[in-house]
Structure formats: structure tokens, C-alpha cells
Design a protein around this ligand. Structure first.
Ligand code: B12
Length: 582
């Protein structure tokens, strides 16, 4: 019996269970806060078993469609809350048609997409635009089930020599559709995997097999950002060079779904010289997909100049990358714990190059020293200066970072050597250690401040509960034993400023609120509040209410009730009168 804890199903429609592996590209056109909706949708898609390639926000139509073609996705799921949805979605449909692929488009935009516009978009060929009414009728899970049901179709036929021929023809030209479909066939038809690999290898130009750079490291170390920076430099420095990226992310064991989110960090790949494919591990506890070998061989057969493979970064199985790569890069940060933890990192034995990324974080200089020391121990390499070791300090998030420049030059020189030609890589100017925009000691400064301020504020609130005290002054004081509040202080605080008093007074609703919430104590009223009370003619019900609270018989009755409660309190010998009088 499984030892996994039972997870109670959510109420409402049960998640649809797809028969095929469903892959969807999700994105939002702009970033204005409403992109939160696409995050809701993609999480539900993932928990319903979809592999979601999430692009985040600010994505053009072309970027989204190119991605869907490269990823061989069955569908695109987008939100558009900012207007322009007719043009955006129709253009998306046009580009999908032009690609010749069957990719269904699903969209939503709450109330911003009007019912007649939805009809127009459906007539144009958009698979479905969901309205808030659809949500009310079907429930969010129902909406997702509908998307999944319609995308639940197989991608490509089972590979036969005749079916493969046109795809193999597309390899020399690096046709993204052919590459994508070949990788899908390998993933979805594992029984034909070996035949497919043999056909691909036979079609490869054997004289020009590119080197493979394997990138691995802990989750959150910034692997994708670093890969993006390396690709940017590669493309800038070599105007004709091409690159393929295969990126692996973990599948969820419970749902089978996956967030393939590496593209969110990739900004340099929107270039016809780049092909990128995301793979889900489709099994747990592994850093690589079972089909990564196929994907690499397909990209090598397409004669890219460089193939980069990025692992999912889930621990010790990271060393798998060594079996697939000619050169391996291990990306880590200073957050590994004590120096002795470094002895447990297998990749420090195997990695050709190590990057300590996020070097602007605290403790990074110590980490650099410790990692270099561990590297020497692991390799029995005790001679030579530290600077000659392949351990680099990088800040991938920083523009033109000196550490990334040096890392790039070292990797490119080695990759060129593997490809058998002279290197053209140059180290650009850069500081030895980065000068971050936010110095390490100020990182998380506000978080620390707020965590210190939080308890103090809470203590202050406890010691000065003026809202409660103000509404009923001492009578509602929660504990009789506690000291009575300072009515004048609390009432003064809650009284509106003079500038807001007059407009409030002329607005009954406001005055009523005012009267209820900011009723001054008699003392305060008689001191500075008097003018306000006088200025307010007792005509509206609100003002009457305000006035009644301090003077009317019903107020006196309330006071009497308070007085009797207070007199029942032994801790307040003198409290009875002060309670009653308040
Ligand atoms: C939350 C919200 C915000 C938040 C978003 C941040 C957050 N953390 O959530 C904030 C505060 C940023 C915001 C700001 C604004 N908002 Co606003 N916002 C909303 C609100 C309340 C909910 C939107 C939402 O996320 N819903 C959750 C999604 C899942 O549900 P839904 O939107 O109903 O979508 C349904 C379908 O369309 C479908 N769906 C949606 N997306 C997708 C995607 C896929 C793939 C699929 C399959 C289905 C699908 O699922 C839902 C099924 O019921 C709506 C009002 C409302 N109740 O709808 C207004 C609303 C969208 N906002 C509105 C406006 C005007 C604004 C502002 C311009 C206000 C202003 N003047 O500043 C700003 C714009 C922001 C900017 N910076 O410019 C208007 C838009 C009016 C219009 N017709 O254009 C709305 C409709 C409110 C209103 N009635 O006035 N907003």
C-alpha cells in the first residue's frame, strides 16, 4: 500500500484525466496585475496533468506561437485583460494557421472580453474564449477540464520509416517543426525510440556534430538565467552561430503535470538561430528525462553549433548530466550551509566548470574560498593559484557581469576546442567581483526591518488598544485588571483632521460614520472638537446620532449599563464611576 498521505479531492467537478500527454503554452499579453489570472489557470492545468510551458507576461503573439511550435504543444492558453484582444487573438490564430500545426487557442479576460467579441473570436477560429459566466456555470476546474478535453489528442502518428522521412528532411535546415515533432515522437512512442534514434543518427552530418554543454545545479541557483546570459554572448559574438537548448523540469508525481518554466528567464532566445525544447521528467526523483538522449541526438543531427542541456536540478541525480554532455557546468549559490556540506556534492567531483551564481548575496566570498578548497581536495590539485581553478563568481541577473564574461570565455574556449577549431571568445572588461546595485548587507533589508517591527507594533497595539477603547472608552476594556486606556489620547487620534471634518459634516453617510467611529470623548469634544460639533447642524439623522451618543437618554441608559458592569469588577474600585462617566 502506498505510504503517501491521502489528499482530499476539492469540491466541484473532478479533474479530467487525459489519455495523452497534454502540453500547453501559457502566457499573458501584458503585465498589469491581471496576469494573476493566467497563473491561476496554469496551476489548475498542471494539477489536471498538463505539462505547462509558462512564458510569464509581456509576450508578443509571435513569441507565443514560435514557442508553441518549438514545444509541439497541443494548445495555447492566454489571458488578455487590457483590451486589444480581438487583434491579439486573431493574429495568433493567423500565425498558428501559417505554421501548419494543430494548436488550439484558449483565452479568457474576465469581463473585459464582451459576449459579442467572444462570438466573433469563435467564428474566427479561436477554440474557446471563456467568460466569467462560463466560470460561474462550469467552475474553474470545469473550465480547465474543457481545455484539457479538447487538447487531449495524440501528437503525431506512431513513427514509421515513411512517416519519418519528411521530418528527417527538415533536420539540415533546422526546421523547428521537424525538430519538435521528432522529439515528441521519441517522448510519446518510446517503443519506437531505438528505430527513431537510428534513423536520426543516420541522417546526421557525421562530420559536424556539435559539442554538448550540460548545465546542472541546485534549484533556484539561477541556471536558466545563466544559460540565457551565455546564449546571449554566444549569439552576439558569433553572428552566424546557432544553438539548441534542451531544458528539463520535474513532473509532479501526484498529477503527472509539470511546470516547464525555464523560458520565463530566457530573453535571448527569441532569435531564429535558437531552438529550445522543454521536457518534463515524466518520472519523479530524476534530474533528466528518459528521452533527453533522443532530444540531444536530434539537435546534434540538425547541426546546431552548440547544444545546451539544462537539468531540473533536484539533487544528487544531477551527475547524470555527465553521461550526456561533453562539458559540464555546475551552478550553485553560497546557500549550501556549512562548508562540510560541500563534501556531499557529487558534482564537485565531476563538473568541468563551477559557477557560484548570485554572488552579490551574503557569504559569497566565503563560498568562493570554500568551493575552491573543496575542488582542490576532490581533484588532488593543490598547486597553482586559486584564479586558475575553473570556479567562477557570477551574477547572472547583472548586465554585462564581469564574472559571467569570464565564465563565458572559459566555456567558449573549451567548446571551440571540442569542436576542433580556434576560439574566437574574448573576455570582456569586467570587475573581479561585482559591485551589486543592492549591497549584500541591504538584501532583504526591508524584510528584516518588518520582521523586527512586527512584534513591536503588535506589542504597541496590545498596550494601546485605542480602537476598542475609543468606541466605548473604558467600558469595553477587555480585562478589568488592565489599566484603563487614555481616552483623550485615543479619541484625539481617531478624530478626523479639521480639513476633512467639514466635507464629512455635509455628507450624512460620512457624518454617521464619523459619529460612530470618531466620537470624541466629552473632554476632547469640549476642548478642540467643539467647533466641529457646533458647525454641524443637528438636522441629519447622522448628526442627531452623533449628538445623541454623548447626551441623549439612550446614551445615559447605556452608560448606566456600563456602570453596573464596571461596578461588578473588583479590580476597579474607583472604576465604576469612571466607567459610567465615560
Ligand atoms: C483582481 C483584479 C485586479 C487586480 C489584479 C491583481 C491580483 N493580484 O489579482 C488589480 C488590483 C491589479 C487590478 C487592477 C486593475 N483593474 Co482589475 N480586476 C480584478 C478583478 C477583481 C478580478 C480579475 C481576476 O483575476 N479574476 C480571476 C479570473 C480567473 O476570473 P475572471 O477574470 O472572471 O476570468 C474568467 C474567464 O475569463 C476565465 N479566464 C480568465 N483568464 C483565462 C485564461 C485561460 C487560459 C482560460 C482557459 C480561462 C480564463 O476564467 C474565469 C472564469 O470565471 C476584476 C473584476 C472581476 N470580478 O472580474 C477586475 C477588472 C478586470 N479590473 C478592471 C479594471 C478597470 C482595473 C484597473 C484598470 C483599475 C484602475 N482604474 O486602476 C486596474 C488595471 C491594472 C493596471 N495596472 O493598469 C475591470 C476591467 C473593466 C473592463 N471591462 O475593461 C474589472 C472587470 C473590474 C471592473 N468591473 O471594473 N484588478
Amino acid at each position: 500500500m502506498s505510504s503517501l498521505p491521502h489528499v482530499a479531492p476539492a469540491p466541484g467537478p473532478q479533474p479530467y484525466r487525459p489519455a495523452n500527454h497534454v502540453r500547453l503554452v501559457s502566457a499573458a499579453s501584458l503585465f498589469d496585475g491581471h496576469d494573476v489570472a493566467i497563473n491561476i489557470m496554469r496551476r489548475l492545468l498542471q494539477s489536471t496533468g498538463a505539462e505547462v510551458i509558462h512564458l510569464g507576461h509581456n509576450r508578443s503573439v509571435r513569441e507565443i506561437v514560435d514557442c508553441a511550435v518549438q514545444e509541439d504543444a497541443q494548445g495555447i492558453a492566454v489571458t488578455s485583460y487590457q483590451g486589444g484582444h480581438l487583434e491579439y487573438l486573431k493574429y495568433m490564430h493567423d500565425l498558428v494557421e501559417a505554421s501548419g500545426r494543430r494548436i488550439l487557442i484558449f483565452a479568457g479576460g474576465g469581463g473585459t472580453i464582451l459576449p459579442d467579441e467572444i462570438e466573433q473570436l469563435h467564428a474566427y477560429g479561436i477554440a474557446r474564449v471563456f467568460s466569467p459566466d462560463d466560470g460561474r456555470e462550469l467552475g474553474l476546474q470545469g473550465v480547465i477540464n474543457e481545455v484539457m478535453r479538447r487538447c487531449d489528442f495524440p501528437v503525431g502518428e506512431s513513427p514509421t520509416p515513411a512517416g519519418l522521412a519528411p521530418l528527417l528532411e527538415g533536420l539540415p535546415g533546422r526546421d523547428p517543426r521537424a525538430l519538435a515533432r521528432l522529439i515528441s515522437l521519441a517522448e510519446n512512442h518510446p517503443d519506437h525510440g531505438e528505430d527513431l534514434l537510428a534513423a536520426v543518427r543516420a541522417a546526421a552530418a557525421a562530420d559536424r556534430l556539435p559539442p554538448v554543454l550540460g548545465v546542472t545545479g541546485t534549484g533556484g541557483a539561477g541556471k536558466s538565467s545563466l544559460v540565457d546570459e551565455l546564449v546571449r554572448r554566444w549569439l552576439l559574438e558569433r553572428p552566424a552561430a546557432t544553438v539548441a537548448i534542451v531544458s528539463v523540469d520535474p513532473s509532479r508525481r501526484r498529477s503527472g503535470g509539470a511546470l516547464l518554466g525555464d523560458r520565463i528567464r530566457m530573453n535571448a532566445i527569441d532569435d531564429p538561430r535558437v531552438y529550445m525544447r522543454s521536457l518534463a521528467t515524466r518520472q519523479s526523483n530524476l534530474a533528466l528525462s528518459r528521452y533527453v538522449r533522443h532530444a540531444i541526438d536530434i539537435c546534434r543531427a540538425a547541426a546546431f553549433d552548440l547544444v545546451i542541456v539544462e537539468t531540473s536540478g533536484i539533487g544528487q541525480s544531477d551527475t547524470e548530466i555527465v553521461d550526456h554532455a561533453d562539458l559540464s557546468l555546475y551552478v550553485m549559490t553560497a546557500e549550501y550551509g556549512a562548508a562540510s556540506q560541500l563534501e556531499k556534492i557529487d558534482m564537485l567531483d565531476y563538473a568541468d566548470v563551477i559557477a557560484i551564481n548570485k554572488f552579490d548575496h551574503r557569504g559569497s566570498l566565503d563560498a568562493l574560498r570554500d568551493v575552491r578548497r573543496q575542488f582542490r581536495r576532490n581533484r588532488n590539485r593543490f598547486d597553482g593559484p586559486d584564479e586558475d581553478l575553473p570556479v567562477f563568481a557570477t551574477v547572472a541577473s547583472q548586465f554585462n557581469d564581469g564574472g559571467v564574461n569570464r565564465l563565458y570565455a572559459a566555456l567558449a574556449a573549451r567548446l571551440d576546442a571540442l569542436a576542433g577549431h580556434e576560439t574566437t571568445a574574448t573576455v570582456r572588461a569586467g570587475d573581479e567581483h561585482p559591485h551589486p546595485v543592492i549591497p549584500p548587507e541591504r538584501v532583504r533589508y526591508w524584510r528584516r526591518s518588518s520582521s523586527r517591527a512586527g512584534p513591536r507594533t503588535a506589542a504597541w497595539r496590545r498596550s494601546a488598544p485605542w480602537p476598542a477603547a475609543c468606541t466605548a472608552c473604558t467600558a469595553r476594556w477587555p480585562s478589568c485588571a488592565a489599566p484603563p486606556p487614555n481616552p483623550s489620547r485615543c479619541c484625539r487620534r481617531r478624530r478626523p483632521r479639521p480639513t476633512t471634518r467639514r466635507p464629512l459634516a455635509s455628507w450624512p453617510g460620512g457624518t454617521r460614520r464619523c459619529a460612530r467611529n470618531w466620537r470624541p470623548s466629552r473632554a476632547a469634544c469640549s476642548r478642540s472638537g467643539r467647533r466641529w460639533w457646533r458647525a454641524t447642524p443637528p438636522t441629519s439623522s447622522a448628526t442627531r446620532c452623533a449628538a445623541a451618543r454623548s447626551r441623549s437618554p439612550c446614551s445615559r441608559a447605556r452608560s448606566a449599563a456600563r456602570a453596573s458592569r464596571a461596578s461588578a469588577c473588583p479590580a476597579r474600585g474607583t472604576g465604576a464611576t469612571s466607567c459610567a462617566g465615560s
